[in-house]
Design a protein around this ligand. Structure first.
Ligand SMILES: Cc1cc2nc3c(=O)[nH]c(=O)nc-3n(C[C@H](O)[C@H](O)[C@H](O)COP(=O)(O)OP(=O)(O)OC[C@H]3O[C@@H](n4cnc5c(N)ncnc54)[C@H](O)[C@@H]3O)c2cc1C
Length: 454
């Protein structure tokens, strides 16, 4: 039995039904996002640990690259360190040995990167993304736009990012007025849901976010974040603050909770933060958030939206901890992250309407668990949002929408150079031996995919 009396066996049975229903609704021909034509890179990376390590190092230099040619040069450099490269990589490196070859390789890399990027990135600017956002909306799928370009190094970059966010809010909110009515996406038990939704990163709003001096970073980001909150309120848009690696977690959490408790933001805007289930201390973080909803954050016009994710920085956290001789802050067994995700899902759903809940996952088991638990609790399905990433979660998003449930796609926007770190992170995450999507692509049977984490 679980806490509120829902029997485990009953929950598993309902979860299986929901999972089968969702799997049956996956659009034909889109069942395996990782089997798409341009997935050769993912396949190669999943087979080769050294290649993967080279890609990780490549991500680190990406922010310093100024052009695609620059990127191609670094990429061949890193791939050159792989002892026994798989054949396509070896061919690429041979090409890199001559001037003509380098030019051809640069062009090929640029084309390949562009092709792959278009799966994950909806446009080079918010304006260029509007067509896709409208199409998604017409198809019953809401969106959250993310402006690519992480971790700023200078004040002018941080200012530029804040200005781009301001412009994105205005562009999306302006266009969204003309979208057709979609009641399932616009209203839940707590009230109206904004059509325009932007996800922002605090590390891009300040160059000063450092674990050794968190107050400086918080203080520096606060004014820019306040400006964006005011703008979102004025435009009736939702502002979501993403969570990054653990070294900034406490500063980001404190910043968000402090700002949203300020009197000027009591009436809006609608806003949210992210809880990462791979962190061992995430249940305590949820305690902090729940205390806030009952204390300083009580009585806000829009309940805080909590997006639950497993977490995108797993390898980084493991390596960082090993380098310092610390014990890892993340679970090291995948099933522990999955189980914690389910426990947090239940707690979040149990604490509505103090919170709005968004479950972000491409794992059919994790998603079916949330829907099944909510159904058994007798929840109103409008009070559960499911979220997926553009390019990875498109089939699942379509299946969720086809069930009449609310789904939102996270849509990165930006140029390809800015998008490289994001792209490679998605590539690495999904070539991991412990990724649900990789298992699904390998053809693991549905019953196994939906089985309890172990
Ligand atoms: C809409 C949306 C928004 C997102 N926003 C954020 C964000 O703000 N911050 C953020 O960090 N992430 C964010 N993510 C990314 C998210 O964290 C990853 O997509 C997610 O971790 C993949 O999980 P899954 O449930 O889809 O897949 P699964 O395949 O079920 O899970 C993979 C995840 O399990 C964990 N894992 C893998 N191996 C192990 C192991 N050995 N031990 C323990 N745990 C392991 C990792 O977190 C890995 O990413 C977002 C995702 C979505 C869909």
């Amino acid at each position: 039995m679980i806490e509120d009396g829902i029997d485990d066996a009953l929950l598993e049975a309902r979860l299986l039904e929901v999972g089968e229903r969702l799997a049956g609704a996956l659009p034909a021909g889109m069942r395996n996002p990782l089997k798409a034509a341009d997935d050769k890179a993912m396949e190669l990376a999943s087979q080769d640990a050294e290649l993967k390590a080279a890609l990780f190092r490549f991500v680190d230099v990406v922010p310093a690259c100024r052009s695609l040619d620059d990127l191609a040069r670094h990429l061949t450099g890193f791939l050159g360190e792989v002892q026994e490269p798989p054949p396509p990589v070896a061919v690429a490196m041979r090409m890199g040995n001559s001037r003509a070859g380098r030019a051809a390789l640069g062009a090929a890399a640029a084309t390949g990167v562009r092709h792959m990027a278009h799966r994950f990135i909806v446009g080079e600017s918010p304006r260029a993304a509007l067509g896709t956002l409208r199409e998604l909306w017409r198809g019953g799928i809401a969106s959250s736009v993310d402006l690519l370009g992480e971790a700023t190094v200078t004040q002018s970059e941080a200012q530029r990012y804040a200005e781009r966010c301001d412009d994105a809010l205005a562009t999306i909110a302006g266009a969204a007025c003309d979208w057709p009515e979609r009641p399932a996406l616009e209203q839940d038990g707590a009230g109206a849901l904004p059509r325009a939704n932007l996800s922002v990163k605090v590390s891009a709003l300040t160059p000063l976010l450092r674990p050794d001096a968190p107050e400086r970073g918080k203080h520096d980001a606060a004014d820019r974040l306040r400006g964006l909150l005011r703008r979102a309120r004025e435009l009736d848009a939702h502002l979501h603050i993403d969570m990054e690696s653990l070294d900034s977690r406490d500063a980001v959490l404190e910043l968000v909770l402090e700002l949203l408790a300020e009197p000027e933001f009591r009436d809006g805007p609608s806003a949210g933060m992210v809880l990462q289930a791979y962190l061992r201390d995430s249940p305590a973080t949820l305690d902090t958030v729940l205390d806030w909803t009952a204390g300083a954050g009580a009585g806000r016009a829009h309940p805080l939206t909590v997006r639950l994710v497993k977490g995108a920085y797993w390898d980084h956290e493991i390596v960082e901890a090993a380098q310092h001789g610390w014990s890892a802050p993340v679970f090291d067994v995948k099933a522990d992250s999955d189980r914690n995700f389910e426990a947090l899902t239940q707690r979040l759903l149990d604490h509505r309407p103090a919170l709005r809940v968004a479950i972000a996952s491409h794992n059919l088991r994790s998603v079916a668990h949330a829907v099944a638990y909510d159904e058994l609790r007798g929840g109103d399905s409008r009070d559960l949002e499911l979220q997926v990433l553009r390019g990875l979660g498109d089939p699942l998003g379509a299946a969720i929408a086809a069930q009449g449930l609310r789904v939102r796609t996270y849509c990165p926007v930006g140029d390809l150079v800015a998008g490289m770190a994001y792209l490679v992170r998605r590539l690495l995450e999904n070539t991991s031996n412990e990724s649900f999507l990789a298992d699904q692509a390998k053809g693991v049977p549905l019953a196994e995919l939906l089985a309890p984490p172990r």
